[in-house]
Design a protein around this ligand. Sequence first.
Ligand SMILES: [Mg+2]
Length: 324
Amino acid sequence: MPGPSGSAGEFELIAAFTGLLPTSGEGVRLGPGDDAALLQPPRGETLVATVDAVVEGVHFDRRYTPGDIGWKALAVNLSDLAAMGARPLWALVALGVPRGAAAARLRGIARGLGACARLHGLAVVGGNVTRAAELSLTVTVLGAVARGRALRRDGARAGDLVLVSGTLGDAALGLAPDAAASLRRRQRRPTPRLALGLGLRRLATAAIDLSDGLAQDLGHLCGASGVGATLRAADLPRSAAARAACAGRADPWGPALSGGEDYELCVTVPPARVGAAMRAAERAGVSLTVIGEVTRGHGVRVLGPDGRTLPVGQGHDHLAPGRF
Ligand SMILES: [Mg+2]
């Protein structure tokens, strides 16, 4: 991890950070320490690449432990790979550090990131540390998928069913000051659905991961596919804790429809393949729920229990629990 400036403090920082991360693995010919890493892509597979940044005050605040920050910075990228049906191989990390940041906080971030990397078997092969006004962590993840097998957003067809993994709204509800511990955990330590993404490669016609809320993200999928979708609010999967937290709301489905950062997968599957998709989810250890269908036209329509169209809030704002 070469640093941009020559101060001994920063080189020590880089060494301490790198020392806590897994740095070797499949295809790693040369890891951190040289000017760049040398990586051997798997034969016959297509590389999959994504990058995401988390910034203090925007994506996390002082309620997050350093370990949470490191975990989430990697997990959100892995969620994008899951949505492509790819397996992760390598990560690169760029850390922005404000002057006076405690070394213990940076080590905590490295530990959280390292734990997530080890769990999913990927190597951190390089990175960079720079001075910055805000603490930030930018993670690039590279993975692989068999040629022609990637899940994309543009394959949904009218008549497909819309399915979603896990439960919805938990992460947004986890921002409330009095949130249940299980909801807080969903907000701070998201679980990328990698095994499910792999299992759905030959079954789903399109996929997206839910970072900005179901209504918005499914809207992106529909836009890419040139179709619309109709959802039934009563079928949206919600955890017991989310139901309890929404009990008094005028729109109990608000967080499930528009709350961000659940990092579940939303997929479209032809009816004949739904049984196989359910079995794939069972093998992946996650629930999968049919929540609606793909239609001709455009836009996402949500039907309430009385069959009437519900208004859907748009625009997910990180760290703003009131806006969904
Ligand atoms: Mg995504």
